[in-house]
Design a binder for this molecule. Structure first.
Ligand code: SF4
Ligand code: SF4
Length: 343
């Protein structure tokens, strides 16, 4: 398929053309936190500082808190009302390949098995425009999980920086439709494509942290009952939940009702298996001890999810390493798994 390119100076113009039909989301700063937020129609300075967002783009599909419905009780029945929805189609611009892969992983739960209407409404309404990651952080280990920082099959359109231009590659039909809406794109040359290939290969080699995923399920299974080992692994964790709440592949949520007299609203909010009351039940709490919760976090990603969906639920984005207040490092734990436990 013929590839296009655009001068970086024309990026605002490109986004403006798309914004006639789509709500555009770009990397944005909110205090110390960065996330994908609604574009203001002018500013493309994110190109100067953006590496990846603190809050992953999963938040754009499964927000921290959302209203599910409101209800009103009459004599013998409840009347339910769904919240108003914004039907405008969206473009998420500059998503990194790791975070696009994370959405494909979360799809296994919210799309391919049980169909979650709240997630799917946003997922089906969104076009993903990827941007090659040319400056991975020290905490990134995506290449160990089959993600390449420079390219992606999980987006609709992929952009790669080549000097003062972006090479534009169409990945899906939705991506081609986006390209068709833009006037004044230049045809990419063979030299541009060769340059983009170089950029992608260089990005790949800049990811220096790695883990070995071979036999990882068996290793986790063999030490599953080794309480002493897991206590040591969990020792410094303070159960703050940051690693899971910011992880692009964690999706657990809790449901609560806010009720006043005969009416109320049902909300759902993101939850974390790191919290001690996460599995609290009337008769027992099977994960009251911290080591069981840390074990759950790791095993869910590297043992149970592959068992259920044939894919590891981690993209190596490194957020949990970078943002943990006590420097708990998932890669160190995975590297230190006993070959075979004696427990
Ligand atoms: S961010 Fe660190 S301290 Fe907080 S729950 Fe995760 S591992 Fe534990
Ligand atoms: S477990 Fe850590 S490295 Fe893996 S996807 Fe989640 S935040 Fe990223």
């Amino acid at each position: 398929m013929a590839k296009k390119k655009i001068n970086k100076k024309e990026l605002a113009n490109l986004l403006k053309q798309w914004s006639q039909q789509f709500a555009i989301f770009v990397p944005s700063r909110e205090g110390d936190v960065t996330k994908m937020a609604r574009w203001n129609g002018e500013d493309i300075s994110f190109l100067d500082w953006y590496r990846n967002t603190t809050i992953s783009p999963r938040d754009n599909f499964q927000p921290q808190v959302e209203e599910m419905f409101s209800f009103q009780k009459d004599d013998n029945s409840y009347h339910l009302e769904l919240p108003a929805t914004d039907e405008q189609k969206r473009v998420i611009f500059a998503i990194r390949p790791c975070d696009a892969r994370a959405l494909a992983i979360v799809d296994k739960t919210f799309k391919d098995g049980y169909e979650d209407p709240y997630y799917l409404r946003r997922r089906n309404n969104t076009v993903l425009v990827g941007l090659s990651c040319t400056n991975p952080r020290e905490s990134c280990f995506c290449t160990s999980l089959g993600v390449s920082p420079g390219e992606s099959d999980d987006v609709d359109l992929m952009l790669t920086e080549i000097d003062d231009h972006f090479l534009i590659e169409e990945v899906t039909r939705a991506g081609s439709d986006l390209v068709a809406q833009v006037s004044d794109l230049e045809e990419a040359t063979e030299a541009d494509e060769a340059k983009a290939k170089e950029v992608k290969e260089a990005s790949h080699s800049k990811v220096t942290r790695s883990i070995d995923t071979e036999n990882i399920q068996e290793k986790l299974l063999s030490c599953f009952e080794d309480k002493e080992y897991w206590e040591e692994v969990a020792a410094k964790c303070i159960s703050c939940g940051i690693c899971t709440l910011l992880c692009p592949t964690c999706y657990c949520f809790d449901i609560n009702d806010e009720v006043f007299r005969k009416q109320g609203t049902r909300f759902r909010s993101c939850d974390s298996c790191a919290f001690s009351i996460y599995t609290s039940m009337p008769m027992e709490n099977p994960r009251e001890e911290k080591w069981r919760r840390v074990r759950q976090k790791l095993c869910h990603k590297y043992e149970f999810y592959p068992m259920n969906f044939n894919v590891i639920a981690c993209t190596g984005c490194g957020r949990c390493i970078r943002l943990c207040p006590v420097n708990w490092d998932i890669t160190q734990t995975l590297k230190g798994l006993p070959a075979k436990s004696t427990a």
